[in-house]
Each structure stands twice: as C-alpha cells, then as structure tokens.
Design a binder for this molecule. Structure first.
Ligand SMILES: C[S@@+](CC[C@H](N)C(=O)[O-])C[C@H]1O[C@@H](n2cnc3c(N)ncnc32)[C@H](O)[C@@H]1O
Ligand SMILES: [Zn+2]
Length: 315
C-alpha cells in the first residue's frame, strides 16, 4: 500500500467548534471515541499541555496512522482499539472532563481501494470498520437476509425509494447462483434498478452503499447506549459532544440528549409523570451547530454534519 499521510487522508469536520464545546483548552482528561486520523485529538493535545486523551477507534489502521501523527505528544495520549460501545470498560474507574464522538466513516475508510466502502473501486463488498471484529461483511449480509429485510435496510438507512426493486434484483441474482460479491457488481445492479433522474446530484448507488455500511457496522444500534455510557463517565460539569452525518443518527442523539436532560416522555394524557425522567445533563446546543459555508466549500464531506453537546450536572 502507498504511504498514507494521516494529516491529509481525512479532513476533520467542525474542528474548533467541537474542541471549544468540550472546553479542552482548560486542560483535563478527555476521551476521543472516534479517533480516526486524530484531527480532534491533535487539536485538544496541542491546545493545552494539561490535556490527556484516551483515543478509541475500532479500526486498527486508523489507530496505527494516528500513532504516527500524534507521536510528539508521548504518553499524554493512550490508544485503544475498541468499539465505543465499550467506553465504560475502556475508561474503567476514571471520570473524564469531556468525550468527543465524530460518527460514521473516515475518508481513510471511504477512499480505501480494498475495503469495499466505495463503488469508485472494484473490491470485495466488505464495509467492516473492524474486519477482525467478528461481524459479517456486506456481501454476507446480502446472502443471509430475506428480500424484505434487504429492502427495509435500504429504505430505512438509505432513504432509497427504489429499495424494493434493488432488493428484488439482489435476491434474483442470488437465486440464480451468482450472489453479489463486489462493489462494482452492486453499483451496476443498482444503476439498472433505479429510474434515471437527471436532477440526481449523487450516484444512484450512494444511498444503498450508505445503508449497507450502517447495517454492517450496527451503527445506529449502539448509539443510544453509547450516549448514556459517555454521560456516565463524565465528571460533574464534564461535556459530551457528538457530530452526526445524517438525519437518523441526529435524531437518536437529539432524543437521547432530551431524555438525559429530564424531558418527560410520558404519553400526553397521563396526569402524572411515570417515565421516571431524571435531569442528568444540560443541553448546550438548543439547535445543532453546523459547518460554515466556508468549511463546506473547503470540505464537501462536512455538508451534512451536525454537532450537539451536553454538560453533566451535579448529581
Ligand atoms: C469520522 S471518523 C473520525 C475522524 C476524526 N475525528 C479525525 O479528525 O480524524 C470516524 C471514526 O470512528 C470510527 N468508528 C465509527 N464507529 C465506531 C465505533 N462504534 N467504535 C469505535 N470506533 C468507531 C471509525 O472507524 C472512524 O475511524
Ligand atoms: Zn414522564
């Protein structure tokens, strides 16, 4: 593989906004739950000599590249290859001043020629962020699930209106003894299943690829639990900042923050609250923070980013 430069492989989104929201300049201990290529962690470490970071990523390659990039900070940063669903175990008995999560995939993953995240390269349909993590590949998912389950994933997680037609074609191919195994096979099949629309600005396979990636890595399933655990490990006044990249993720984060801020979720007609809502955090972002026009211009991938944050209250 060619030498990769961690500083240019992935452009960090909402960098100063996130570091400011968790108030890292005052020093303290932080968790970067999605280290990636280390952009947020580097900014926190460079901003104050009194910052320490536990840096988590489930992708071994991301950890390796970030280790190079962050070498100059020595033992102020500790690297842990793990799923952030395990943040409580990783941090142990420590309590921290801030947690950052910048969700989804990095450009390192998206632009890989071999890992199957992108239809720009012909590769096995893999899409696992942690290939050693014991989960199935996207190709395996398409072999295992029923036509309805495949259509449901593509519709829900990709908001793809032609989901049923795509699922039908996938299963037809499978039944003919030629299951979809590569990125280009899938992209080609989608192109033939989706009606051509001149106004579409994105490739017709984009939505389906996004849906499969989210399903393969169980990205939405762990989010709510992660947010509860992250708040749990914060000190009083500690902050959690989360960046999402699509509406389903953002909705989960928004609802989790509302729940943790004590918003009652009882049905409207009940005379007294029975849901047991407790106020653990203050919401710091009534409206999500979004990238400036200048950032979007510089880094189009930031287009859909939304940043929300909470601060833990004294219990
Ligand atoms: C958008 S990138 C983070 C980029 C980083 N903030 C930077 O500036 O370079 C997201 C990273 O989170 C990792 N990731 C996504 N879901 C994860 C999970 N459940 N557990 C651990 N890491 C995860 C991915 O492997 C990827 O490297
Ligand atoms: Zn209630």
């Amino acid at each position: 593989m060619p030498e990769l430069d961690p500083e240019t492989v992935h452009t960090t989104v909402l960098l100063s906004e996130t570091v400011e929201l968790v108030d890292a300049r005052k020093g303290g201990s932080f968790v970067d739950a999605t280290l990636g290529l280390g952009g947020h962690t580097e900014a926190m470490l460079a901003g104050s000599d009194a910052v320490r970071v536990i840096a988590i990523d489930q992708d071994a390659q991301a950890i390796e590249l970030s280790k190079q990039r962050l070498r100059r900070f020595g033992s102020r940063v500790e690297f842990v290859q793990a799923n952030f669903a395990e943040i409580r175990r990783v941090v142990g008995k420590w309590r921290v001043d801030g947690v950052i999560a910048d969700l989804g995939v990095s450009s390192l993953q998206m632009d890989s020629e071999t890992r199957g995240f992108s239809f720009r390269y012909d590769a096995p349909l893999d899409m696992r962020m942690d290939p050693a993590g014991g989960i199935g590949t996207a190709a395996e998912l398409l072999e295992r699930l029923s036509e309805i389950e495949i259509a449901d994933i593509i519709y829900r997680l990709g908001e793809e209106r032609s989901s049923r037609r795509i699922a039908r074609r996938i299963v037809e191919k499978r039944e003919a003894g030629a299951p979809v195994k590569t990125t280009l096979e899938l992209a080609d099949l989608i192109k033939r299943s989706v009606p051509f629309n001149k106004k579409d600005r994105i490739h017709p396979a984009t939505r389906t690829f996004q849906a499969l990636r989210i399903a393969v890595n169980g990205e939405l399933d762990i989010l709510d639990g992660f947010i509860s655990s992250a708040v749990d490990i914060l000190k009083t006044d500690g902050r959690l900042a989360v960046i999402t990249f699509h509406s389903l993720e953002d909705r989960i984060v928004k609802r989790a923050f509302q729940r943790l801020s004590g918003k009652c979720s009882c049905p409207p007609k009940i005379p007294q609250c029975v849901c047991g809502a407790i106020k653990l955090v203050e919401i710091l972002t009534r409206k999500p923070i979004v990238p400036t026009a200048e950032e979007i211009e510089r880094n189009p991938r930031s287009r859909s980013a939304k940043l929300r944050a909470v601060q833990k209250l004294e219990q």
